[in-house]
Design a protein around this ligand. Structure first.
Ligand code: ADP
Ligand code: MG
Ligand code: ZN
Length: 502
């Protein structure tokens, strides 16, 4: 194998126009498998969630999971697809040890949903439309674990373990049309597409779509064509790219690699490739099968799926507000930029901010606490915002205490710290820790008098009209009250006592 020097990304884009195709597999969150009644619970003992059907034992007959079909139709509708009036499953024949039937029940030339699109928003707020070729139903395979080889690969392994719990779990595969016109933004478009699709799937409630748990997996096809040429180049297909960042990096890498091969007068072979998270490169997998290699034929053991039009329309009318439309609406309501909304999205803060506003906080305060102090703490603990032990109602209460002047920002942060530490709700923490701002005349007045008495030279300057010097005395008051004084009121009192006016 020759190692090709990469071409710089900019040089690659000067000569070529990238074309991409993204195939995303979503594992549905149904209670049972696609063609049998086995449970789908994650983390169960290996091979405890199997039956004759999903093990492919002779004579076992599959039955279609109605929730699986409904989820597929809802995903299709949300992706602006046409829904087939009648479609069938097909057998995709190949041997692999984690697929006990020796075929995967899938859909081939009759997908349940086709010809749609998904609008995705780029970082600068530009909307890019990605065409959807099809969304079809299929089943997952089992899971092989290779023991003894390097990096879990089968090469060099001494033996392999098979767990069929995952075999037969419903998958929806969503395939884009060739994505053209993205130019240098191709990696960003690919990432934004997968991110938006993930949001969409979650908003439909059909899957948690957690990439790190394999519930959403992406194959990334890339090819290059010289500028001005219609025909597509040969694609490579990078398999199972399992994070948003990897999607972006793998597209970028493949653009550079293709440009290098083509620039040297070489040809790209159509093959599958593996992405390596550690160094951001891809390496060759296997030469790609053609569709005819799979000997697809209609599945004889399953009845066709013919979604009734009235039912499809009912599902359409029940779709939730979709994520991009919702973010656009919220952006207006909150008065923030596309970029700021992107940050809120990336932090997983949107629903939390919405809930905090619903509890009475104003949008700016709700965003500030979730994206500032709380995001920092979530980050510190390597957890998600939603997993922090504080509720939107509690954050709204903290914001209210700040708004009414009972807490300043510093005290509010201490209050939040107390809530997170399990000391109770905001009011309880304020009470127990004695965090309320000192603004009552007695305590504050005493602190002011002490500050004046302790700094006679500064006090004289203020008496002499140098009002700006009051800052130093306010500082002394803040120090004496451990930051709990109402600074504005302290300043007023100092000036009054010293007979100076603003
Ligand atoms: P396969 O299962 O063989 O990978 P699919 O049709 O399921 O084929 O997926 C191929 C993906 O690659 C689709 O998203 C398609 O739009 C895209 N694609 C097809 N041809 C090219 C090409 N020359 N360059 C980039 N992407 C392509
Ligand atoms: Mg493919
Ligand atoms: Zn089963």
């Amino acid at each position: 194998m020759t190692v090709t020097e990469l071409v710089s990304y900019e040089d690659a884009l000067t000569s070529y126009d990238p074309v991409m195709g993204l195939e995303v597999h979503v594992e549905l969150g149904t209670k049972t498998k696609m063609f049998c009644g086995c449970a789908t619970t994650l983390g169960a003992e290996p091979n405890t969630q199997t039956c004759p059907t999903c093990l492919g034992l002779p004579g076992a007959l599959p039955v279609v999971n109605a929730v699986g079909v409904e989820s597929a139709v809802r995903i299709g509708l949300a992706l602006n697809c046409e829904i087939a009036e009648w479609c069938r499953f097909a057998r995709k024949n190949y041997f692999y040890p984690d697929m006990p039937k020796n075929f995967q029940t899938s859909q081939y030339d009759e997908p349940i949903a086709f010809h749609g699109y998904l609008d995705v928003e780029l970082a600068d707020g530009e909307v890019f439309r990605v065409g959807i070729e099809r969304a079809h139903m299929e089943e997952d395979t089992g899971k092989s674990t290779h023991i003894g080889g390097a990096a879990g690969r089968i090469h060099g392994a001494s033996h392999s373990l098979l767990d069929y719990n995952r075999a037969g779990i419903p998958l929806i595969e969503i395939v884009t049309k060739p994505i053209t016109g993205a130019g240098a933004r191709a990696p960003e478009v690919a990432r934004a597409y997968v991110a938006e699709l993930r949001e969409l799937i979650r908003s439909l409630g059909v899957s948690e779509a957690r990439m790190e748990m394999g519930q959403l997996r992406c194959d990334v096809n890339v090819s290059l064509r010289p500028h001005g040429r219609e025909a597509f180049g040969t694609r490579s297909e990078t398999k199972n790219v399992n994070s948003l960042r990897s999607v972006e990096r793998s597209v970028r890498f493949e653009i550079q690699r293709h440009a290098a091969v083509l620039g040297d007068g070489g040809t790209i072979v159509q093959e599958t490739r593996h992405f390596h998270e550690d160094n951001g490169t891809t390496t060759s997998g296997r030469v790609k099968e053609e569709a005819e290699d799979y000997r697809y034929f209609p599945e004889p053991d399953l009845v066709p799926v013919a979604p009734e039009r009235a039912w499809v329309e009912e599902l359409r009318s029940e779709l939730p507000e979709l994520p991009l439309a919702r973010r656009t609406r919220l952006r207006e309501e909150w008065g923030i930029s596309a970029h700021e909304m992107q940050s809120a999205l990336n932090a997983g803060a949107i629903d939390l901010v919405v809930a905090t506003i619903a509890e009475g906080a104003d949008p700016a305060a709700a965003r500030k606490w979730w994206l500032g102090e709380l995001a920092r703490r979530a980050n510190e603990q390597a957890t998600e915002l939603a997993a922090l032990p504080i509720t939107p109602a509690q954050v709204a209460r903290v914001a209210a205490l700040v708004a009414e002047g009972s807490l300043n920002d510093k005290l509010a942060r201490q209050t939040i710290e107390g809530v997170l530490a399990g000391e109770g709700g905001p009011d309880e923490v304020v009470e127990k820790r004695g965090l309320r701002i000192v603004s009552d005349e007695g305590a504050l007045g005493q602190a002011v008098d002490d500050a004046i008495a302790g700094n006679p030279a500064i006090a004289d300057k203020i008496r002499g009209g140098k009002v700006a010097a009051a800052g130093a005395l306010v500082g002394a008051v803040m120090k004496a009250t451990r930051g709990q004084a109402d600074a504005a009121r302290a300043r007023q009192l100092i000036l009054e006592r010293l007979g100076a006016a603003e």
